[in-house]
Design a protein around this ligand. Structure first.
Ligand SMILES: Cc1ncc(COP(=O)(O)O)c(C=O)c1O
Length: 461
């Protein structure tokens, strides 16, 4: 395995050191988890890639931990180890694992009342829509079973009402498996993102792409007049965290309005900024908001909200079939179980008060990591977005997806992830994200700080 810590870090980490540490941690991981290792070895016959969903191959150490159970901010594996979980299902469990109000709502809808999926509305749906409107602004909401579908259907509506063919995304964004979004900016112009699997159409035909925080590039793209919508996270979260610079989001709003392009804020991850995500926290005014993952407390769900003018346009458009086979909607979307779970999560778990606690925990997490980096002279940084924080292997926080991509270091990722997992702490297998849920405690955060400090000490010793 090559030893290639990011350039800045290489100055303080001795040659070959990361590779040796990874090897040691891999051996510990294999020895600590015989049951998971065996389950994985036996699963390959009929599971594609040996896992229920191929991303689960992302976990370090050669095989994933097998889940026994999870509650709040803790989970246990089938070898009997307990973990403090800062991965939280890559945000799907931002409400914590199986929070009690969602358990009750799900049991009631599925068991007592019955009718998980009937193609009939329940009264919970209007409550959830009103709550999402209160939190995010857009007045008219529709439900999906994933954030991916919320984005896909919002994009269809945007293209329909603007009669424009393309969308615009940011280089190294992630918005789910939305075809148009797998495009990156390179010195040679836009390119399909490496690894883009079986693309139906080269995404450089269907999408424009710019780097985050570059308003001039955005204006150049919008000026062509063929962009239906800008699909963005107000802060990028899927290539590390990239925060908007002062004035950037105001420029995006001004430019999209000036060029007749709709603005879609994907708040699926940036919900960590507060009860109404970045949209509410930073007083943004998008035409569309999409969200998913966490708002059902772990039960599949997603939603998109559109402004009243957009709603009027799409409802009045006789050439758009949004009631049958026009490409928007799905059989199980908005089902009674999913909607009941969203109501319970928003009403009782991911409340305004809960976010205050979660954000304070992330403040503590960030301060702890900063202390470790300073005391060991590691030229890395940590960026916080409300209840979420992420460290990155460069001295200065990246200002674009391209810059953040350049700071990636798979080997350091593997070392840190394995070091933590072997000692009872999980962070996301994708880069170095940690998320707080309402059940996370100060002691959980301090446990991470201590382990992160010990892992850092070994790197520089
Ligand atoms: C910002 C953002 N939008 C959408 C999605 C897609 O979510 P899902 O995989 O639940 O459809 C993701 C997934 O990571 C995401 O990070």
């Amino acid at each position: 395995m090559p030893d290639r810590p990011a350039a800045a870090a290489a100055a303080v980490i001795g040659p070959g050191r990361v590779a040796r540490l990874v090897e040691r941690e891999r051996a510990t991981y294999a020895a600590r988890h015989p049951a998971s290792r065996q389950a994985f070895a036996e699963a390959g016959a009929n599971l594609l890639g040996g896992v229920p969903m191929t991303w689960m191959r992302m976990w370090p150490g050669g095989f994933p931990l097998y889940l026994a159970g999870a509650s709040g901010a803790r989970l246990t594996d089938i070898d009997g180890h307990e973990y403090i979980d800062f991965c939280l299902g890559d945000t799907g469990a931002m409400a914590g694992h199986s929070p009690a109000p969602v358990q009750t709502a799900v049991a009631q809808r599925y068991g007592e009342l019955g009718g998980a999926t009937t193609m009939l509305p329940t009264e919970d749906a209007a409550w959830v829509a009103a709550e999402l409107a209160r939190r995010f602004g857009p007045s008219h909401w529709s439900f999906t079973l994933s954030a991916t579908d919320a984005n896909r259907w919002a994009l269809r509506i945007a293209r329909q009402i603007t009669a424009r063919p393309k969308i615009l995304v940011y280089s190294y964004c992630y918005h789910g498996s939305v075809d148009e979004s797998f495009v990156i900016a390179t010195p040679h112009g836009p390119r399909s993102r490496p690894g883009n699997t079986g693309a139906a159409v080269d995404p450089t035909i269907t999408a424009g792409v710019v780097e985050f925080n570059d308003a001039a590039a955005l204006e150049r793209e919008l000026a062509a007049g063929d962009i239906a919508a800008v699909l963005m996270e107000p802060a990028m979260t899927n290539i590390g965290i990239v925060l908007p610079e002062e004035g950037y989001l105001a420029a995006v709003r001004e430019l999209t309005r000036a060029y007749g392009t709709l603005l879609i804020n994907d708040e699926t991850h940036t919900l960590s900024a507060g009860p109404g995500g970045c949209t509410a926290a930073w007083l943004l005014d998008p035409d569309v908001v999409t969200v998913g993952k966490s708002i059902g407390g772990g039960i599949p769900c997603g939603a998109f909200g559109i402004s009243a003018p957009v709603a009027q346009q799409i409802l009045a458009d006789k050439s758009a079939d949004i009631v049958d086979t026009g490409g928007v909607g799905g059989t199980l979307a908005g089902n009674a179980l999913s909607v009941a779970a969203m109501r319970a999560t928003l009403e009782h778990v991911l409340t305004d008060e809960a976010f205050a606690v979660m954000i304070a925990l992330a403040d503590r997490f960030t301060a702890g990591v900063r202390g470790v980096l300073a005391s060991h002279g590691l030229p890395w940084n940590i960026v916080q977005l409300g209840a979420r924080a992420e460290y990155r292997f460069c001295a200065v926080p990246p200002r674009s997806g391209g810059e953040s991509h350049a700071a990636a270091d798979e080997q350091l990722d593997e070392y840190l992830h394995l070091y933590l997992a072997n000692r009872g702490v999980l962070i996301t297998p994708f880069h170095n994200m940690a998320l707080m849920c309402p059940a996370t405690t100060d002691a959980d955060v301090d446990a991470h700080t201590e382990l992160f400090g010990a892992a850092a000490a070994e790197l520089v010793s």
